[in-house]
Each structure stands twice: as structure tokens, then as C-alpha cells.
Write a protein that binds this ligand. Structure first.
Ligand code: DX5
Ligand code: ZN
Length: 215
């Protein structure tokens, strides 16, 4: 069970210090938004490159952008251990997953709440992780969508049927209240933004969340 805090709700003007507040995290989740795929704009490659030297934690880039086919491999090259593209935006998801892996990163595919997993079943062998959004992408601090739980279950079942070791990440509204439901449905990697960065002690919250997921 891995906890990957999202820095979207951190102090974006102090990112170096903010990532050092989550030393117990398994990865740092970095939300890249381009104001086209989602109605919000965050940060991009230059910030990721600068932040790389401020922590030893692996980077988990979540690209909420148009044309990930063009940009995703560059995030792998910039030192992200995992690079997630949205399948709704990818032109050639198989080629893209292979490009990301070729750059030495884990390739991951994200699904918005209304996007089913079944059409992409045959892609599982090309992927190291599937990210199931449990809010509409674009903003932190939204309410967890229970309607996504059956899809988490179906995705876990497909992974088992295909005999793949693919991780299953959930992102959006994950907190002490909702994390057990996600774990029970089959998730094993948990993004938490506001739950971690609004806590008085973000690092303690990372450990509390992991303990709940493992319970
Ligand atoms: C939303 C982002 C999430 C977000 C999670 O589009 O992909 O990673 O930061 O924040 P919380 O945990 O507050 O929902
Ligand atoms: Zn995210």
C-alpha cells in the first residue's frame, strides 16, 4: 500500500520545503494541468526539473494535458519514476506507454470518472499502473465519488484475469474517511492532496492513511 501525496494543495511558492514535509511518502504526486484538458493551470516541466534536486522521493507525474503523446516522455526524461497520461487525451496509448517505458519510467494510464476500463483491457500488459479518478480532474479538495468504486473492483478483477502486476491508483477525495473503501475495492496506491496538506502534521497523516489502507 503506497501513499502518494499530491502537492496541488501545498504552498506552490515553497515546493522544495513542502516536499520535505512528507518524508514518509512513497512518491510525490505532481498534478500537471494545461487549462485545456482540464479548466485549471498548474505547473510544467521546468518546475518538475527544478524540484527534482530537492527530494530523494520518486516523482509520480499525473498529466492532465492535451497531447500527452508529445509531452509525457519528457517527464520521464526529467526524472519522474512514473508518468500518467489520460487515455481520453492520448492519440496512440500503446505507443505512448512504450515511449515512457523506453525512457526508464513506469507507464500509467488515467481514466476520468465516466471513462470505462473495459475498452482498454488489452492495454494492461503495456502499463505499470492504472489511475482511476474518483473526482472530475482539475481541482483538489473535491468530494469523493462513490460511483467510481465498482470500476476499481472491475479493474482489479481484469488485472487478476490477465495475470499482470499493474498497480491500481486512486486519486480524488481520498481521506481517512474514504481510503478504506478504495483499498477494499482493490486499490493499492493512494493519492491524497488536501487530506495531507491540510493536516497539522502532513507526514503523520501519510502514515495514518497508510495504516488505514492496510487495516
Ligand atoms: C485532481 C488531482 C488530484 C488532486 C487530489 O484533478 O488530480 O491529484 O490534487 O486532491 P484531493 O486529495 O484534495 O482530492
Ligand atoms: Zn492527480
Amino acid at each position: 500500500m503506497q501513499i502518494t501525496p499530491s502537492i496541488l494543495n501545498a504552498d506552490l511558492a515553497n515546493l522544495g520545503a513542502e516536499v520535505r514535509r512528507i518524508g514518509s511518502a512513497d512518491m510525490v504526486h505532481i498534478d500537471v494541468m494545461d487549462n485545456h484538458f482540464v479548466p485549471n493551470l498548474t505547473l510544467g516541466l521546468p518546475v518538475v526539473e527544478s524540484l527534482r534536486s530537492h527530494t530523494d522521493l520518486p516523482f509520480d507525474a499525473h498529466l492532465m494535458i492535451e497531447d500527452p503523446d508529445r509531452w509525457a516522455p519528457a517527464y520521464a526524461e526529467a526524472g519522474c519514476a512514473s508518468v500518467t497520461f489520460h487515455v481520453e487525451a492520448a492519440k496512440a496509448p500503446v505507443r505512448l506507454a512504450r515511449e515512457i517505458r523506453k525512457q526508464g519510467a513506469r507507464a500509467s494510464m488515467a481514466l476520468k470518472p465516466a471513462t470505462p476500463i473495459e475498452p482498454y483491457e488489452d492495454l494492461l500488459a503495456e502499463l505499470d499502473m492504472v489511475l482511476i479518478m474518483t473526482v472530475e480532474p482539475g481541482f483538489g479538495g473535491q468530494k469523493f465519488l462513490d460511483m467510481c468504486l465498482p470500476k476499481i473492483r472491475r479493474t482489479r478483477a481484469l488485472m487478476q484475469r490477465h495475470g499482470v502486476e499493474t498497480w491500481l491508483q486512486v486519486d480524488g477525495g481520498v481521506s481517512l474517511e474514504t481510503i478504506e473503501r478504495c483499498a477494499e475495492a482493490g486499490a493499492d496506491v493512494f493519492v491524497a492532496g488536501s487530506a495531507v496538506y491540510s493536516a497539522a502534521d502532513p507526514d503523520a497523516m501519510v502514515n495514518e492513511l497508510r495504516a488505514k489502507a492496510e487495516a
